[in-house]
Design a protein around this ligand. Structure first.
Ligand code: FMN
Length: 262
């Protein structure tokens, strides 16, 4: 079978799963094209394979906008699609929302998987290197990963359409949570965006961050500069070899986490 696997990934959790899924499919003699979802790559999105697989992380209870943009960019077709996401704790209605969006374009879902992985946001802003917090955050990841991957791939091979999942139960609690509490949690991370900066003295000008940014939001003009279209995926932050990229003064001694090497 000819498959294309599109994935969006910041620190690398989703890329890690994408590579594993791809390897298993290649081992079963399928022809897999692995593509990173970026502002550039979705411009050439077409539907020329037997099966589409889309992998994405959860940021602030939602999929990154680029994943929605990819689905919107794909030509409408009655084709099967399989989805997986990586999350730290709560994925809310991310999967359901994307499935419905794709359904409106004719796609039908045949497999879904959610993988729990270390919280790349919490590691960046809360966990000091070598601390107990780092150990606790890294402890939370999907157990029996190989088994879960096997179940996901078997569902893909069966090709039976499945319905979007029901609304997550905890979203019903939203009505009873006071707005003041909601406001203090929701969107907190977006406030960190303007604090991202690179320290010129530490920067080796390796351009890794420029190439890694899914939004082409980082450029080099005498020094590294950030634009205003950051998804806060933290790909630049976690993969900077000299830790020159910081979020205000919050992250001076915190963990850099590389699930995959870029
Ligand atoms: C800005 C930001 C916000 C996040 N928000 C959530 C969230 O709402 N729910 C959740 O379960 N995980 C959340 N996470 C954790 C990521 O979903 C998780 O670590 C994921 O595996 C990251 O994948 P990646 O390394 O491919 O980007 C967030 C991470 C970041 C960077």
């Amino acid at each position: 079978m000819k498959l294309s696997l599109w994935y969006y990934s910041g620190a690398g959790n989703t890329e890690f799963i994408a590579r594993k899924v791809s390897k298993r499919l290649v081992d079963q003699s399928h022809d897999v094209t692995l593509r990173r979802i970026t502002a550039q790559s979705i411009k050439s999105a077409k539907q020329d394979t037997d099966l589409l697989i889309i992998g994405f992380p959860i940021y602030d209870l939602s999929p990154p906008d680029l994943v929605r943009e990819l689905v919107e960019a794909l030509p409408a077709a009655k084709r099967p699609v399989a989805w997986f996401c990586t999350k730290a704790l709560l994925s809310a209605d991310s999967m359901r929302g994307l499935m419905r969006l794709a359904q409106a374009k004719g796609f039908f879902t045949i497999a879904v998987a959610e993988y729990t992985m270390p919280a790349t946001d919490m590691l960046a802003v809360l966990a000091k290197k070598g601390s107990l917090t780092e150990k606790i955050i890294k402890f939370f990841h999907s157990r029996h990963l190989n088994k879960k991957l096997g179940v996901f791939i078997s569902a893909m091979m069966r090709q039976n359409p499945i319905k979007p999942p029901k609304r997550k139960w905890y979203l019903h609690l939203e009505r009873i949570i006071p707005n003041s509490i909601k406001r203090s949690f929701h969107g907190q991370f977006t406030k960190l965006r303007p604090l991202l900066h690179s320290i010129p003295e530490n920067c080796e000008e390796c351009m890794k961050c420029v190439m890694a940014c899914p939004r082409n939001n980082i450029r080099f003009e005498e020094r590294i500069k950030f634009g205003s279209t950051c998804d806060l995926c933290l790909r630049c932050f976690h993969h900077c070899p000299t830790e020159s990229i910081q979020i205000g003064s919050l992250t001076k001694e915190t963990v850099r986490y590389n699930k995959v090497c870029l």
